[in-house]
Design a protein around this ligand. Structure first.
Ligand SMILES: [Fe+2]
Length: 234
């Protein structure tokens, strides 16, 4: 059985500020595009490949941004969006049987279009895109779905492009992993990517970043389902 993908509001904060700017309107409009075009799988008959753990790395923000919602392109109600290729990262948080996990707090963080992280330990802060939120959160509902508007990840010295993702529930950390771009040639030279030896596990964190149908602004989307080794309520 397949269930239509439904867009969800940002969880942090739950409502948009008055006088929302054009980029905010685009955010809402293209949330609807996702709803119209994308289908996510329903329950699976066979056990799914568990999403492999990856190192958290040194750049989980040591000080969170002023805005931690699921739109990383715009900080609060700023008029200027971040630099980069606009990408919708979306998917579901599932257990190994394909059942959705609700109340999972999904966090993502990544470097900006200049390859700079929001972290005091990244010594390239003078090149930081001040309009990129760098970090976002989304709390899943009953379908386990999440979505972020962010940028297509770029490489920085020593690493192939990736987005860091962490899942928590009830304050407990359940998974830390990274999401990679399918077809990216630098993946095969990246030691952290290659540390996942199992072919299926590696494939599960390597997803296509493809054009968002109907987007007038050349936006991309990437579906990244996250499978945890637990059962709901566990
Ligand atoms: Fe990283």
């Amino acid at each position: 059985m397949q269930t239509p993908f439904k867009p969800m509001k940002a969880q942090f904060p739950p409502t948009l500020p008055a006088g929302a700017c054009d980029t905010r309107r685009a955010f809402l409009r293209n949330s609807a595009l996702l709803a119209a075009f994308f289908i996510v799988p329903g329950a699976f008959a066979e056990a799914l490949t568990l999403t492999p753990r990856q190192t958290e790395g040194p750049f989980y923000p040591d000080k969170l941004p002023l805005d931690t919602d699921n739109d990383l392109l715009v900080i609060n109600d700023a008029a200027t969006p971040a630099l980069g290729e606009v990408t919708w990262l979306h998917g579901r948080v599932l257990d190994g049987r394909g059942d959705p996990i609700r109340n999972a707090l999904v966090e993502i963080w990544q470097c900006d279009a200049n390859g700079v992280y929001l972290h005091s330990g990244d010594d390239r802060q003078d090149r930081k895109d001040q309009n990129f939120q760098s970090f976002g959160r989304f709390l899943t509902g009953s379908t386990g779905e999440y979505q972020f508007r962010t940028i297509k990840p770029v490489s920085y010295p020593g690493r192939t492009p990736h987005i860091h993702l962490k899942v928590k529930r009830a304050g407990k950390e359940l998974l830390v992993t990274q999401c990679y771009i399918a077809g990216e040639p630098r993946n095969e030279k990246d030691s952290i990517y290659r540390s996942v030896k199992d072919e299926k596990a590696r494939a599960s964190i390597t997803v296509p970043f493809v054009p968002l149908p109907g987007s007038a602004a050349d936006e991309l989307h990437a579906q990244f389902d996250v499978v945890l080794g637990l059962t709901p309520g566990a």
